[in-house]
Ligand binder design. Structure first.
Ligand SMILES: NC(=O)c1ccc[n+]([C@@H]2O[C@H](COP(=O)([O-])OP(=O)(O)OC[C@H]3O[C@@H](n4cnc5c(N)ncnc54)[C@H](O)[C@@H]3O)[C@@H](O)[C@H]2O)c1
Length: 359
């Protein structure tokens, strides 16, 4: 089913997060008459001032937008708040990006993942289910973030959504796979059109400081060493944030169709896609390009001794050596193909970093 986002009420959870904020800005720039409700707990998993900065960027975009934005500070694990938000705003499209992210953090902080990713996501599903009460039109499409980490140590590449993904190697991955399972059951039982997106290592301006490009930049800028795991023998399907947002918006506009099976019951209007570049980079190439771009942007001096700041280490628990998206399904259905090459993306990141930390 095609959905016109103009004039639509759109709920984005995790709106002050990396992907959520870029999505909100793009929607503000490109829609008319839409009302975007951004919800975020502003938790301190990483520096909340970065989340404030993203909200500032959103508020800047509001000034020239033909759509509106409203921010709600709150936790998706708070059932009464979520019910209230759905009752009050009746969103037609919901994009659930709020989650406890990060593979490594899940090893020492499992509760955060159960709270946000399991209880929080369950509350979103329940609210979608009840959005149809009293014959209301309710939620036309629920789009939610899954992750490439569901593929675990999958040996078969590229990773396809047809692959069996029952062997997660981190609690984070287990919660993301659980989201897909819960969404399937709710789509079947309550006819909720839902699409899960397995994101592959997103990077770009105002990104996440716990992810490699940003954390390595922080350490190099402070004159510290960077640790390169699995002795650099890693490949990642890095995806630039603008490409991700383009893909998310296309998907938001195309909900899986509601139809009944021979038994008269709904065939679940359910889909899951990979959303990634489809050509993984060697980690060492990524690091070399990052370093060149940091020098070019003036974050690091021309004569920076990179070799002296590289420490090699073995593989870490929960980590995987390769991520490699098979992007054909998204390409065929939505004509989506990431465009931004690593150098261009890292250049934009380095320039943003220079500007942001100048303050
Ligand atoms: N960035 C990536 O490479 C990547 C890869 C795979 C999956 N994902 C998924 O995409 C989504 C967005 O990721 P991101 O990179 O923007 O992460 P992010 O941490 O920057 O954004 C998530 C936002 O959600 C908020 N949040 C966390 N728990 C919450 C809760 N219980 N209630 C309300 N708000 C809460 C956080 O404050 C944060 O602002 C997440 O679900 C993440 O798991 C991201």
């Amino acid at each position: 089913m095609q959905i016109d986002l103009n004039g639509k009420r759109i709920l984005i959870t995790g709106a002050a997060g990396f992907i959520g904020a870029h999505l909100a800005i793009r929607l503000l720039n490109e829609t008319e008459g839409a009302e975007i409700i951004g919800l975020d707990s502003m938790n301190d998993y990483y520096d909340p001032s970065l989340k404030e900065h993203r909200l500032d960027l959103i508020n800047e975009a509001v000034k020239s937008s033909k759509s509106a934005f409203k921010f709600i500070k709150g936790n998706i694990a708070d059932k009464s708040l979520i019910d209230e938000v759905f009752t009050l705003y009746k969103p037609g499209v919901v994009v659930n990006l709020a989650a406890q992210a990060g593979v490594r953090y899940s090893i020492d902080h499992p509760e955060a993942y159960i709270e946000a990713n399991i209880i929080g996501f369950f509350n979103i599903l329940e609210a979608c289910r009840h959005s149809y009460d009293n014959s209301d039109a309710g939620v036309e499409h629920l789009v939610y973030a899954s992750s490439s980490s569901v593929y675990g140590g999958n040996k078969k590449i590229p990773f396809s959504t047809d692959d069996k993904v029952d062997n997660p190697v981190s609690l984070y991955a287990a919660t993301k796979k659980s989201n897909e399972l819960l969404a399937h059951a709710y789509s079947k039982l309550y006819n909720i059109p839902s699409t899960g997106l397995r994101f592959f290592t997103v990077y770009g301006p105002a990104g996440r400081p716990d992810m490699f490009a940003f954390s390595a930049t922080n350490r190099l800028a402070e004159g510290k060493d960077i640790t390169i795991f699995n002795y650099g023998n890693m490949k990642r399907d890095f995806t630039y944030v603008d490409d991700i947002v383009e893909g998310v918006i296309r998907v938001m506009c195309g909900a899986p169709d509601r139809q009944n099976g021979e038994d008269g019951l709904p065939i679940p209007p359910y889909a899951v896609y990979n959303i990634g570049g489809g050509h993984p980079e060697n980690l060492m190439d990524f690091i070399n390009t990052l370093q060149e771009e940091l020098v070019r942007a003036g974050v690091l001096p021309q004569d920076y001794d990179f070799e002296a700041h590289r420490k090699f280490a073995p593989m870490q628990p929960g980590d995987v050596p390769v991520t490699y998206a098979d992007p054909t399904a998204l390409e065929e259905k939505f004509g989506f193909k990431p465009k931004i090459e690593i150098r261009e993306g890292l250049r934009k990141f380095a320039e943003w970093y220079k500007e942001y930390y100048k303050k």
